[in-house]
Design a protein around this ligand. Structure first.
Ligand code: AP5
Length: 212
């Protein structure tokens, strides 16, 4: 049985970067609520229209709507052997709903990986984040440069504008950060320093602290 993992950390802490690699190497799904919402936005679905305002302002999509989407996803067959939740839960009510949903199935989160990066570094990272619209691969003009041949097609996320990044950070500190203590109380928290080292080194730090 693989692990049921939650990734915690501020916007831009590197949750997605690490979760993609962990999911590949552990052969378990990577479930990012942000990716699900952005895909619906791009495709202009009813869900996309419903969440657009929240994403663009740096606020949170309502808890019940988000939890219903995740619960639906976790019941799919590929989640039977573990998964990595990235960007969820993001508020105490979401964390409590996840615990209750899993308890109803005789399951629990095995480990919550908190990647710790100071706000000053977050702003610098997010202004330089770019992604490949074809593959979804995420790069950083400063810290993780893309191959030169794809540089022209890379795009910037709408919510990586400086004013929206500030709003996302505020939402993080007010609403999401308390979840760290929630998972600590459950004995599931591991802390990983996420700055002053590239993605490879952070990945090693995560492997070192994951339950064996
Ligand atoms: P979401 O997509 O989850 O965004 P986020 O939490 O703000 O996280 P990011 O994707 O910005 O950052 P990340 O930590 O994954 O960093 P990354 O690896 O890309 O959510 C977006 C929005 O959707 C929310 O604002 C909200 O509106 C809504 N939403 C989503 N989930 C929700 C929920 N559960 N409830 C309600 N609403 C929800 O790395 C960042 C950059 O740094 C990249 O350029 C990367 O290349 C670079 N980098 C990575 N590692 C390093 C390193 N070690 N050193 C230097 N640079 C690095």
């Amino acid at each position: 049985m693989g692990l049921r993992i939650v990734m915690l950390g501020a916007p831009g802490a590197g949750k997605g970067t690490q979760a993609v690699r962990m999911a590949q190497e552990m052969a378990i799904p990577h479930i990012s609520t942000g990716d699900i919402f952005r895909k619906n936005l791009r495709e202009g679905t009813p869900l996309g229209k419903q969440v657009q305002g929240y994403l663009n302002s740096g606020g949170l999509v309502p808890d019940q709507l988000t939890c219903d989407i995740v619960a639906d996803r976790l019941q799919q067959a590929d989640c039977a052997n573990g998964y990595i939740l990235d960007g969820f839960p993001r508020s105490l009510p979401q964390a409590e709903m996840l615990t209750a949903f899993l308890a109803g199935r005789g399951e629990k989160i095995d480990v919550a990986v908190n990647i710790d990066v100071p706000d000053s570094e977050i702003v610098e990272r997010l202004s330089a984040r770019r992604s490949d619209p074809d593959t979804g691969a995420v790069y950083n003009l400063k810290f993780n440069p893309p191959p030169a041949e794809i540089a022209d097609k890379l795009i910037q996320r709408d919510d990586d504008k400086p004013e929206t990044v500030q709003a996302r950070l505020q939402t993080y500190h007010e609403t999401t950060e308390p979840i760290i203590a929630y998972y600590e109380k459950q004995g599931a928290l591991v802390n990983v320093p996420g700055s002053n080292a590239g993605p490879d080194e952070i990945y090693k730090r995560i492997l070192d602290v994951l339950p064996k």
